[in-house]
Design a binder for this molecule. Structure first.
Ligand code: HEC
Length: 117
C-alpha cells in the first residue's frame, strides 16, 4: 500500500512539525516585530534608540514583565497617551492593531530587557 515515496513524505512532515514546535518562541518574537512594522509602530519607535517615541529597550527596562504591565501597556498602546516619557503624545493605535497583536508586540519588547537577551 505505502510506497517509499509516502514514507519519505511522512518523515518530512514529522520533521517539519518538530522544527516548528521547537521554534515557537522565536516565531512569536519575529511576529511581534512584524506586527510592529505592519502597525506603523516602527515609524516612531526603534529597538535601541529614541525616535519620536522612547526606544523599546527603554520601555522594557522601565516595566516589569507582569500581567499588570501588560494591562497598562495594552491600554496605552490602544488609546495613546502623554506624560510617561515626555511632552510628545502617542496617538491612539487601536485602528491599526488588535489586542492579540499588541500582546505579541509587548512579548517582543520584553525580550529586550537587559540581561534576557
Ligand atoms: C506618532 C508616533 C507614535 C506611533 C505611531 C506609536 N508610538 Fe508608541 N509612543 C510614542 C510616544 C511619543 C510615546 C511616549 C508617550 C508618553 O510620554 O507618555 C510612546 C509610548 C509608547 C509606549 C510606552 C507607554 C508608557 O506609558 O510607558 C509603548 C509600549 C508604545 N509607545 C508602543 C507602541 C506601539 C506598540 C505602537 C504601534 C501600535 C506605537 N507605540 C506607535 C509615539 C508613537
Amino acid at each position: 500500500m505505502y510506497s517509499a515515496g509516502h514514507v519519505k513524505w511522512a518523515l518530512a512532515l514529522i520533521c517539519i512539525a518538530l522544527m516548528l514546535s521547537g521554534s515557537v518562541r522565536a516565531a512569536e518574537l519575529i511576529e511581534g516585530k512584524d506586527v510592529a512594522r505592519k502597525s506603523l509602530c516602527l515609524g516612531c519607535h526603534a529597538e535601541k534608540q529614541k525616535v519620536v517615541g522612547p526606544a523599546f529597550a527603554e520601555i522594557a527596562r522601565r516595566y516589569d514583565n507582569t500581567p499588570q504591565s501588560y494591562t497598562y501597556l495594552i491600554n496605552r498602546i490602544k488609546n495613546g497617551g502623554v506624560g510617561a516619557w515626555g511632552a510628545v503624545p502617542m496617538p491612539a493605535n487601536k485602528n491599526n492593531i488588535t489586542e492579540d497583536e499588541i500582546r505579541k508586540v509587548i512579548d517582543w519588547i520584553f525580550t529586550m530587557k537587559t540581561g534576557e537577551r
